[in-house]
Design a protein around this ligand. Structure first.
Ligand SMILES: Nc1ncnc2c1ncn2[C@@H]1O[C@H](COP(=O)(O)OP(=O)(O)O)[C@@H](O)[C@H]1O
Ligand SMILES: Cc1ncc(COP(=O)(O)O)c(N)n1
Length: 642
């Protein structure tokens, strides 16, 4: 059965199932052209040119393809929303595919355990599966918890019939990912003991299976689960070779126990980069983090079929990006070859996230593989993409606060958070900066009237230099604004506010006997302006809006705070040396602009990606540190720029 299913996959020669479905509507003349092109290409063209031709053929063949792959989940439910069907649908949506779902059982479970399971009558499950298959084309599927041997039989028979039917009708074979679910993270059993043997009968129908470490042990009838990663990979190789399917071996069990599974990674837990970047920075020396590498094990039988498929089409696999060949895989870093069996073991690097919130990680990974395979050219690329996505989703899990046991992962980690706004988050994160500014000697001495006028005039001169430049940044924000509202807001801010402030400073200089002439810029002022310009030059409009925000908000907030402190101390502003300035600073009309700027930032943070949100936050937080240094320079005089 294994041989037949894999061969039918190979003969469709499809790395993109969507593309192959479009190809089935190709005219005979087109097919003849492709065949001629193929033999011409294999005879005359170099590899790069043939690759370009593959791209052209793929583009032509997918011209009428649907916008999204259609992916089926066959799973049990999880009302807490972290595993099973619910995990699959969330992962499908996160990966941009359209999800179908047939339920094998309904589970009463949460992050702490499984309390009850109602299995579907096999006949009713079959009715669900037929409902999908009769009405919708399936490009890819993920099969998870099957529960009982009757359900295993039902799904296996349906799947075999579907694959036969697709083959008969010349339709591309759907990608099949099977997660041989036996146990939940909580330790609860999700498969009746008598069904373990039955489960083996469906696995050869898969392209790829994703057992965790205890499931690997069960599949090879080992008495105990391996205690080392090398032992797990060895077992995974046995399973791959016996079943003739690719095995994705998962290291989650070792991650949960805190063990490293890779020799080459430093054992220091540094501040880990978030998400996909985390996986990629390993081995570069940046942000060393403990490893959680997975492995993709491709048995020789599968490699041979992939290579044969390529040979059969003379190197042009119509509707397909190049499939990996033996030499291809063997020459890649992280690929180990075994002289005896020629099985390939590909390391999928990742970093370990220190969390207990891994409910549904196995489901999410297998669903991701099914969703991503139609979008990538090979299982290797698919697996790397799925692994990176999983690391990001696990890294964001602790923020969810769902459940008291093993909490779910954050399927939406690539989107900005929604429970709090960007400005809520920013305000909390700058609490320390706000306190430091409030307590700083410059502000306190100004309030009690002991601040040296020279120190204050130094600060005001720097403020003038800063504001002149700042107004150009606001004007730039106006030019780059994406709505008319933002454009006019920044244009007014650039013109009005800054102008008024500078002329008020000029008045103060004259009244207090200081020259209003521009002074030399300090290194502190230059550093703040430099940061804002760097963001303006290389960042997005959203980042530009965020980098100028602290000057609005922190300045406005300090003004309110000074007003409150002055009132609490019952200061007589008419006789106070800084009375006029305190009045000006406490002018709440400025808060109209602050409020509008905050609304602009929240909109831009909400509408963009998580990466945009984080970049906006970084820009604003760095500006906030500069705000502190800026006030502080009145007293701790920095060097001047020459
Ligand atoms: N703490 C962790 N840090 C990083 N990745 C993890 C962690 N725990 C699990 N993973 C990853 O999650 C995916 C699912 O693995 P695993 O948790 O072992 O599956 P299962 O849920 O079937 O036991 C794998 O890619 C694994 O490497
Ligand atoms: C319906 C269903 N399917 C699978 C799992 C395994 O999830 P995990 O072991 O990752 O918690 C689960 N708990 N529930």
């Amino acid at each position: 059965m294994a041989q037949a299913s894999q061969d039918s996959q190979a003969s469709s020669s499809s790395s993109y199932s969507l593309s192959a479905s479009a190809a089935s509507s190709e005219s005979c003349a087109d097919r003849a052209d492709s065949a001629t092109a193929a033999s011409f290409a294999s005879a005359h063209l170099d590899e790069a040119t043939r690759t370009v031709l593959r791209y052209q053929a793929h583009a032509d063949a997918t011209a009428d393809a649907p916008t999204r792959a259609r992916v089926l989940s066959i799973e049990g439910s999880d009302p807490i929303g972290g595993a099973g069907t619910m995990a699959d649908m969330k992962a499908f949506t996160a990966h941009g595919v359209f999800g179908y779902a047939a339920m094998t059982c309904v589970c009463a479970q949460n992050t702490q355990g499984v309390t009850d399971i109602v299995n579907m009558e096999p006949a009713f499950l079959r009715a669900q599966l037929d409902s999908v298959a009769d009405d919708g084309r399936i490009d890819s599927m993920k099969i998870g918890m099957l529960g009982t041997s009757q359900i295993v039989d039902c799904v296996r028979d349906w799947l075999q019939a579907l694959l036969d039917d697709y083959a008969r009708r010349g339709l591309p074979r759907p990608w099949v990912v099977i997660d041989p679910v036996m146990y939940a993270k909580s330790g609860d059993s999700l498969l009746t003991p008598d069904a373990e043997e039955e489960l083996r009968t469906i696995l050869p129908l898969a392209d790829i299976i994703t057992p965790n470490v205890p499931e690997l042990a069960a599949l090879v009838h080992a008495d105990a689960a391996p205690t080392t990663w090398d032992g797990a990979v060895l077992m995974a190789r046995r399973v791959a070779e016996e079943l003739g399917v690719i095995v994705y071996a998962k290291a989650g069990m070792f991650a949960l126990s805190g063990a490293e599974n890779s020799d080459d990674s430093p054992a220091v837990a540094g501040p880990a980069p978030a998400g996909a970047d985390a996986a990629r920075t390993r081995g570069t020396g940046a942000n060393p983090a403990p490893a959680c590498d997975d492995a993709l094990i491709i048995p020789a039988a599968v490699l041979d079929r992939l290579a044969d498929a390529e040979k059969a089409t003379g190197g042009i696999v119509v509707n397909s990006a190049p499939a990996p060949t033996r030499t291809d895989l063997a020459s890649r870093p992280g690929t180990a070859a075994d002289a005896d069996t020629a099985t390939r073991v590909i390391t999928l690097p990742g970093r370990r996230v220190a969390t207990v919130n891994v409910h549904g990680t196995g489901d999410s990974l297998s669903a991701s593989l099914a969703a991503l395979r139609p979008q990538y050219a090979s299982w290797e690329e698919t697996a790397r993409a799925a692994k990176d996505w999983m690391t990001g989703a696990i890294a964001a899990a602790d923020g969810l606060h769902v459940g008291h046991g093993h909490g779910p992962i954050d399927f939406m980690w690539m989107a900005p958070p929604t429970a709090r706004t960007f400005t809520d988050d920013y305000w909390t994160q700058v609490r320390g900066v706000r306190e430091r500014i409030r307590e700083m000697p410059f502000i306190q001495r100004m309030l009690d009237g002991t601040l040296d006028l020279l120190d204050f005039s130094f600060y005001l001169h720097q403020d003038d230099l800063y504001l002149t430049d700042y107004s150009s940044l606001l004007a730039l924000a106006s030019v780059r604004a994406d709505t008319l509202h933002d454009r006019t807001f920044f244009a007014h801010a650039a013109a009005g506010g800054v102008d008024a402030e500078v002329s008020f400073h000029g008045q103060w200089f004259v009244e207090h006997g200081f020259s209003p002439e521009p002074q030399t810029m300090s290194t502190v002022t230059a550093a703040y302006i430099g940061h804002e310009h760097r963001v303006a030059d290389s960042g997005s409009y959203a980042q530009l809006a965020a980098v100028v925000m602290p000057c609005f908000w922190l300045y406005g907030a300090i003004g309110l705070d000074i007003m409150k402190q002055a009132a609490d101390r019952r200061l007589d502003l008419d006789s106070h040396p800084y009375g006029a300035w305190i009045r000006q600073y406490s002018d709440t009309s400025f808060n109209t602009s602050v409020a509008r700027e905050l609304a602009v930032c929240n909109r831009l943070a909400r509408e963009g990606s998580r990466a945009n949100y984080d970049a906006m936050m970084d820009a604003a937080l760095i500006s906030s540190e500069h705000e502190y240094l800026f006030f502080n320079q009145g007293i701790d005089r920095p060097a001047l720029v020459r």
